[in-house]
Design a protein around this ligand. Structure first.
Ligand SMILES: [Zn+2]
Length: 454
């Protein structure tokens, strides 16, 4: 597992660029960066003595991402190196049009500032439902070295379960809302001291040892069920799913599974203990599929780059792709909304008057809440020092301050049937069943009527 200190490694780019505040004094070539409304976000000028002058700019996380993306885009368009691309941007006095949304950013920032959170590690990313990154925010510093935690990769823990296990299981008809799994350990593993331990361990360190529905397991983040669900999907199929849908390649886990077998890596994948990890910006992007009816567009900050004569140098023409069935997206959406209700692990992410779904994640390197609304996705990551400042509460306060008026509902889906099911068998409810709940099912994957209590 990657240590936080390894984050330093990615920290140095754009040594020649600094923000010129009150830029009329700036001499030489400049790079203009515009927000989503065409307003000025920053003006950069070539210098040589390092990026430390970016310090104190609260939009730095976003600007870092803009610069990095702009470099790559120009390098690809011009067929040149990243260094040459950087020179090109300045030499041609380019203007970069971005998706930065000031209202969204200010609301995120306020959520942290109102809690007095400044120094400790955190990262937050917000997208609309077309993959536009509207805001990135990061505490950004380890021992004085800047780290952009909004784009830095770290293990996603249980916030990964919907992506790696539950969505592929439902998509492929291997499970549905009501499928029951035993909430019990799968095996004993040997610890360092030779003692045997139950595995996997739930966060509560307890097991009910009873059949538990997939819906309840997501709501309460049961590790036993996530791993059992992953067993039905298969690690290779899960990794293939993530790569084909999102372009997410988990090479370490893939290699390990090939060398030592799927069992060696099933817990790491199912429970999001990823070697390289994913960033808040990545996660905000992936969770689009649960709010859009199944479509995904790679998250991005840069919309267009023009040179000083107004000629377009680069334009982001990536398109939304339907990556899962709308019925799968609908069911996952409902399952993840339940996480944010009473008794769910994401209960504190609720927003007054806004429909919210999402998933928590907690582990040694931090804690997460990744969620969505009918207009936005928002991923919050906190370093372990911030555990007491729940990521759910930051999400709730930030999202409550967005303009949530444009859309109140998620896409509907004609191929969905709402039905009562038996909590003991996971099959459709019959008169003889003892315990029932309501669930949502794809019309081509409806369980049979319960016959377990005759
Ligand atoms: Zn029954």
């Amino acid at each position: 597992m990657k240590k936080i200190t390894a984050f330093f490694l990615t920290a140095v780019i754009f040594a020649e660029l600094i923000i010129i505040s009150g830029c009329s004094q700036g001499k030489g070539k400049k790079l203009q960066i515009k927000d989503i409304n065409g307003g000025e976000l920053a003006t950069l000028q070539s210098i040589s003595d390092g990026r430390t002058e970016l310090e104190g700019n609260d939009r730095r996380a976003y600007l870092e991402a803009v610069l990095s993306e702009s470099e790559s885009a120009v390098a690809e368009a011009q067929g040149c190196t990243v260094k040459k691309a950087r020179e090109y941007l300045l030499k041609n006095e380019c203007t970069v049009y971005t998706a930065f949304d000031d209202r969204v950013f200010e609301s995120v920032k306020k959520a942290y500032e109102s809690r007095g959170i400044k120094e400790l590690d955190f990262g937050c990313a917000v997208t609309d439902l077309q993959g536009n990154l509207l805001a990135l925010y990061s505490s950004g510093s380890i021992d004085g070295n800047y780290v952009n935690f909004a784009t830095e990769k770290t293990p996603p823990y249980s916030s990964f379960k919907p992506l790696c296990a539950y969505a592929p299981a439902i998509e492929n008809g291997l499970a549905d809302w009501s499928t029951v799994y035993p909430d019990s350990p799968i095996k004993k593993i040997e610890g360092e001291n030779g003692q045997k331990y139950d595995w996997p361990v739930n966060a509560t360190k307890t097991y009910t040892n009873e059949n538990t529905s997939l819906a309840y397991a997501i709501k309460t983040s049961l590790n036993t069920v996530a791993v059992r669900c992953m067993q039905t999907v298969g690690v290779k199929n899960s990794l293939d799913f993530l790569e084909s849908k999102f372009g997410l390649t988990l090479d370490f886990e893939k290699k390990k599974a090939e060398l030592y077998g799927e069992d060696e890596v099933i817990g790491n994948v199912a429970l999001g203990h990823l070697y390289e990890g994913v960033s808040p910006a990545d996660m905000a992007g992936y969770y689009q599929i649960f709010a859009t009816g199944g479509s995904y567009r790679k998250p991005h900050t840069v919309l267009k780059i023009c040179d000083k004569s107004g000629e377009t140098v680069y334009e982001n023409k990536s398109e939304e792709k339907q990556v899962i069935k709308s019925s799968t997206a609908y069911i996952m959406n409902r399952l993840l909304q339940n996480v944010v209700t009473a008794g769910g692990t994401g209960e504190n992410a609720r927003c007054e008057g806004v429909s919210v779904g999402g998933k928590t994640g907690t582990g040694d390197l931090g804690n997460w809440f990744v969620g969505f609304t009918p207009q936005y996705t928002c991923a919050v990551w906190h370093g372990t020092e911030l555990v007491k400042n729940n990521a759910c509460e930051i999400f709730s306060e930030a999202v409550s301050g967005f303009d949530n008026s444009a859309k109140k509902n998620y896409p509907s889906c004609a191929e969905i049937k709402k039905a009562a099911y038996c909590l003991d068998s996971g099959m459709l409810f019959s008169e003889k069943c003892r315990r029932a709940d309501m669930g949502y099912f794809a019309s081509d994957n409806i369980p049979e009527t319960c016959n377990k209590h005759n």
